[in-house]
Write a protein that binds this ligand. Structure first.
Ligand SMILES: Cc1cc2nc3c(=O)[nH]c(=O)nc-3n(C[C@H](O)[C@H](O)[C@H](O)COP(=O)(O)OP(=O)(O)OC[C@H]3O[C@@H](n4cnc5c(N)ncnc54)[C@H](O)[C@@H]3O)c2cc1C
Length: 451
């Protein structure tokens, strides 16, 4: 049996960060990854000749972002694309009212002002909420108190429902009232014209990553741990498990002894949402040149409501829309062609025959993905951000967890995965790891390899 100082389970952003930091510090480390690729939920498809990010696309706010510092140090090109936390305004947007009619500037401004006013009131309602209150309870209280007419209330209600679906992959009635507390965007947002998976792949260069190695069980033994896979067993002093929360919840990994209570409790209390992407390419652009986002309100946007113009990545007119929460689950059982036709139909209700036949499309199914079992974590009623951090450990014998679901400050993001991998490495090493040194070592290694 091969033996290492540390076995890391999962080669997503958290896993490769942790492993790279440990290897840089002179430790022997191996990463066991079930997929045949590195990156996990950072997944870039390139067969069409341009990158399509099927998982993460954005850095959600580059101000004071450790992730942004890393991307800059590695000189990875980015493109500004600020969408905010499902923002209502601030960028060129095309709004359509509940009947599918374009809203003029006055109607759009009124809509933005309505949402902003209710959102301001919502802050107080959430602060006064009781344990057990859902985000739906909070938004309904704020809407009741708004004094707006019923039609305007209906549109904002729909908007709040969609916001929770996009940010959390969950139904608004299942989310805790505090479920969006950490959902703040600081600074501009950016996307990756070369594909986001470049980041974890470059971090992983030189790390011993065993692809197509599915971990089945993690056993504590007298002198450390044995990690059982479909390709044999690996021994280690420490184990860092970075598989997604959905995989932990499924019971696909057997822990012996069973997980300590704090970890088991967090896994049970936290939620794994479903958020799927649908990219459609068109022969011609039928939306305005400067438009960032198309948004349909009320009934017109009941199912498909928001489209983001990501044409800049391929140079081909491309819209990205999302199926999240209950709709995200539903689309997973439908063939691509049915989903694409339904999205195109919704666009035709807004733009008529100007919407040509889609020339290419991509539809994701993260909830059905065996190695992810969902898209990212959120707080169901009764859970708190403490549950994220309580999952990290360390637990007896040197068992640790990392990954987006273990980072309470900004869960559900690449930034969280990076920070959690960093924390796990520091915890094992017993000293801090400077992020700038970490980035510089990656660049140095690449330079030496190129020589
Ligand atoms: C559609 C979508 C869009 C997103 N958009 C954004 C965004 O724009 N910005 C953002 O910041 N975040 C976004 N996210 C979230 C972001 O992708 C994740 O938070 C982050 O990539 C998680 O990294 P991780 O290392 O925690 O987990 P992962 O990347 O999931 O890595 C875990 C690894 O464990 C492996 N694994 C699972 N089971 C086993 C097993 N039994 N044995 C061995 N290996 C196993 C998996 O294959 C995977 O490679 C998005 C996610 C999705 C799904």
């Amino acid at each position: 049996m091969e033996r290492f100082d540390t076995v890391v389970v999962g080669a997503g952003m958290a896993g490769v960060t942790c492993a790279r930091m440990l290897a840089d510090a002179g430790r022997t480390v191996i990463v066991l990854e079930a997929r045949e690729r590195i990156g996990g939920r950072m997944s870039t498809e390139r067969t069409a000749g341009f990158p399509v990010d099927l998982g993460a696309s954005w850095i959600h706010g580059i101000r004071d972002s450790a992730l942004w510092e890393l991307v800059q140090a590695l000189d990875i090109p980015t493109r500004e694309f600020t969408v905010g936390s499902f923002q209502v305004g601030g960028r060129p947007m095309e709004h359509f009212d509940g009947t599918g009619t374009p809203m003029d500037a006055t109607a759009s401004s009124q809509w933005i002002a309505d949402v902003e006013a209710v959102d301001r009131a919502l802050v107080g309602v959430i602060a006064r909420s009781s344990p057990g209150d859902s985000y739906l309870d909070a938004t309904e209280s704020a809407l009741d108190a708004s004094g707006l007419d019923p039609e305007r209330i209906d549109q904002i209600r729909e908007f709040f429902r969609h916001r929770v679906e996009e940010q959390c992959g969950a139904w608004i009635g299942d989310l805790d009232a505090h479920g969006l507390d950490e959902d703040a965007i600081d600074g501009e947002e950016v996307i990756f014209p070369r594909g986001y998976d470049e980041l974890p792949r470059r971090i992983a260069v030189g790390v011993d990553v065993r692809l197509a190695h599915t971990v089945r069980g993690i056993r504590r033994v007298e002198d450390g741990w044995i990690v059982d896979t479909d390709h044999g067993a690996f021994g280690a002093d420490d184990v860092v498990v970075t598989v997604p929360l959905g995989v932990l919840q499924s019971g696909a990994l057997e822990f012996d002894p069973p997980l300590p209570q704090p970890a088991a409790r967090s896994i049970a209390r936290l939620g794994m949402g479903v958020f799927n992407k649908i990219f459609l390419q068109f022969p011609h652009r039928f939306w305005n040149e400067e438009t960032y986002v198309i948004r349909a309100l009320g009934e017109a946007g009941e199912r498909w409501h928001s489209w983001y113009d990501v044409s800049a990545i391929s140079g081909i007119p491309t819209l990205l829309t999302f199926a999240a929460g209950p709709l995200g689950h539903r689309v997973q059982s439908l063939p691509d062609a049915v989903v694409v036709a339904d999205v195109a139909r919704a666009l035709r209700a807004l733009y008529g025959d100007a919407v040509g036949e889609p020339t290419a499309s991509w539809v994701t199914r993260w909830g059905d993905d065996e190695w992810s079992r969902g898209s990212y974590s959120h707080l169901p009623i009764g859970a708190s951000h403490h549950d994220h951090d309580a999952l990290a450990g360390p637990f007896a014998g040197g068992l640790r967890f990392a990954g987006e679901a273990t980072w309470g400050e900004e869960p559900a993001t690449v930034g969280a995965a990076y920070a959690s991998g960093h924390r796990a490495a520091e915890s094992i090493l017993g000293h801090s790891v400077d992020r700038a040194d970490f980035a510089a070592a990656i660049v140095d290694r690449e330079r030496s390899a190129a020589r």
